[in-house]
Design a binder for this molecule. Structure first.
Ligand code: C2O
Ligand code: CU
Ligand code: CU
Length: 508
């Protein structure tokens, strides 16, 4: 199916084809002026009485096969929902390796559609990266073999077929992939039951509790927001804890929703790591944004709470975003049920983050993000802008990178293995949120100008995904590894990705 077919067959296509142009014009005008209310999906608050499932990490050496398949699970208590997963239920196994380990997994596709596996954040050869060129047909299989060669961190895996990533990840194809190393182990961070993996996703349901993934045109523009916040596959979860320190390893596995993580009592916590492992020092904060695709490593001190205390991990409202950020809602309840005498003091030094010298860069490239431009711009009040002169909707209104939407055979940049480049990602003409992700390489963020104008705590280490709020521009620096071939730069708002906000670059 090419992109034009996709547009015809998708709900967007339906919108383009079936809705009278005048109505569409009206809805677009409305959206550009009332972005907030138009796109906001109100989060449903739960009872927080479903025990949080905690997946136990399995050594990669004991996982020889993975199967993508349909499964039935209970996301909302006592309701059954059909999902996708890589074992008996939603999501996939929590895979654990030590740096240096070999991974050898035979992946089988038991779905009725093509899929594949992308190891998000892992530096693997091109033919192991789950590029949309390398999909596995229904009934087929593929051998994923690679050696892990990177620092400890919380990575993850999810499908990456062109124009199908969002729905497949939403249906449940995603899993944690954790890398451990000696440097991290020496810190004696909270572990065992005190290290909690958390993947946050948001879902919509049909009245029969089947998953609803049906983005309309506005959802493609803004992202598909769910009303039910789901953690580790369940809605409205609770976790019993003891009076001790906990390490929360949090992944935003939502297609589009950004969370502003905070504790309901306003207490500070420490940010100790982000996408690609530990920061150099722990930073104390009372809230932090986590965009789709990003991970964050947090230390929370529960030592001084009395038995019976209930504290929520929640998302606070945030400003600077025209589309989302209005809502505050609870995500996960921590119920203090036991006292503990475990003692722990957060280390002052975590890891050595050596900045890549700017002088090492052999090239600077700019990637300009565009969206919803029909010859005008989206900024408030310019109601005519979106429709441009002709009044015809076309692809230009979707999201672009350097003016392009994804073409599998088009390579927009060629870089040399082993060299360092500065990439500027420029969202300064946009009022939308774009979490941008790069395959095949890890980067450091040099600066952010416009919008928030600062780097937040989690951005002072190694990253693979960076959040661009409206009007922001970031400068990234990266050294490309010795893996040749086509890799991707794309928006991790998966509705944006699937509508073409993705480009190939090649490492030579
Ligand atoms: Cu997690 Cu190309 O994505
Ligand atoms: Cu990735
Ligand atoms: Cu985007």
């Amino acid at each position: 199916m090419d992109r034009r077919d996709f547009i015809k067959k998708s709900s967007l296509g339906a919108a383009l084809g079936l809705i009278a142009p005048s109505l569409l014009l009206e809805s677009c005008r409305k959206s550009s002026m009332q972005m907030n209310s138009f796109s906001q999906v109100k989060v449903i608050d739960g009872l927080f009485n479903t025990p949080l499932p905690i997946p136990s990490p399995v050594n990669a050496s004991s996982i020889s096969s993975l199967t993508a398949q349909r499964a039935t699970t209970s996301i909302i208590k006592n309701k059954s929902t059909s999902v996708y997963g890589c074992h008996n239920g939603i999501l996939g196994p929590f895979i654990k390796v030590n740096n240096g380990d070999a991974v050898s997994i035979s992946f089988a596709n038991s779905l009725s559609e093509e899929t594949n596996v992308h190891w998000h954040g892992l530096l693997v050869p091109q033919n192991m990266d789950g590029h949309p060129d390398n999909v596995i047909q229904s009934g087929g299989s593929y051998q994923y073999n690679f050696v892990v060669n990177q620092r400890a961190g919380l990575y993850w895996y999810h499908p990456h077929p062109n124009m199908k990533t969002a729905r497949q990840a939403y249906m449940g194809l995603a899993g944690f992939f954790i890398v451990n190393d000696a440097e991290e182990a020496a810190l004696n961070l909270p572990s065992g039951d005190a290290e909690i993996p958390i993947v946050i996703q948001d879902k919509r349901f049909h009245p029969d509790y089947s998953l609803n993934y049906s983005p309309n045109m506005m959802d493609v523009m803004n992202g598909f927001f769910g009303q039910y916040i789901v953690v580790n596959g369940v809605f409205s979860p609770t976790k019993d804890i003891s009076t001790k320190w906990y390490r929360l390893r949090v992944l935003n596995g939502s297609t589009a929703r950004v969370y502003n993580l905070a504790l309901s009592n306003g207490a500070n916590f420490y940010v100790i790591g982000s996408d690609a492992g530990l920061l150099s020092t722990a930073e104390s904060t009372s809230s932090i944004l986590l965009a789709p695709g990003e991970r964050i490593d947090l230390l929370v001190d529960f030592t001084s709470y009395g038995i019976g205390t209930e504290i929520y991990l929640q998302s606070n409202s945030f400003s600077g975003a025209t589309i989302q950020g209005d809502d505050s809602f609870k995500i996960l309840k921590f119920a203090v049920t036991q006292s503990s005498s475990d003692s722990f003091t957060p280390p002052t030094t975590l890891s050595a983050i050596t900045p890549i010298p700017v002088s090492q860069a052999v090239n600077t490239r700019t990637w300009t993000l565009g969206g919803m431009n029909m010859g005008g711009n989206m900024s408030g009040g310019n109601s005519g802008g979106m429709m441009g002169g002709s009044g015809n909707m076309n692809m230009q209104m979707l999201h672009t990178i350097n003016g392009k939407t994804y073409q599998s055979n088009e390579i927009l940049a060629t870089v040399s293995a082993g060299t360092t480049e500065i990439w500027e990602i420029d969202n300064s003409n946009n009022d939308e949120i774009h979490p941008m992700h790069i395959h095949g390489v890890q980067f450091q963020i040099l600066s952010r100008t416009g919008g928030r104008n600062v780097l937040v705590a989690s951005e002072k280490g190694w990253k693979d995904t960076v959040l661009l709020m409206p009007r922001e521009k970031v400068r990234l620096i990266m050294t490309f590894p010795q893996h040749s071939g086509k890799f991707l730069l794309h928006c991790h708002n998966l509705e944006h990705e699937d509508s073409g906000m993705m480009v190939n670059f090649e490492i030579k």
